[in-house]
Design a protein around this ligand. Structure first.
Ligand code: ZN
Length: 75
């Protein structure tokens, strides 16, 4: 993938973590809270889970320090 900011080639990789809680995104400046968890709001659909980890296929631009991945956010 070509970086839309600088035009250089981006590096494909896997973003990962321990997966103990779901990765969520919330508009504004406050993180998702318990009420979001209860209705499963804000879940980032690009994230795949196993019992002990999560992964996201993503592209990283070392020049811009930006990462890009395709996703949706569950309403
Ligand atoms: Zn770039």
């Amino acid at each position: 993938m070509i970086c839309p900011f600088c035009g250089k080639e981006m590096e494909k990789g896997i973003l990962s973590g321990d997966g103990r809680s779901r990765v969520r995104w919330k508009a504004g400046d406050k993180k998702a809270d318990l009420s979001d968890t209860l209705i499963d709001s804000g879940r980032v659909t690009a994230v795949s889970y196993t019992l002990a980890s999560f992964t996201v296929e993503s592209y990283f631009c070392a020049a811009c320090k930006k990462m890009i991945f395709d996703t949706d956010v569950k309403k």
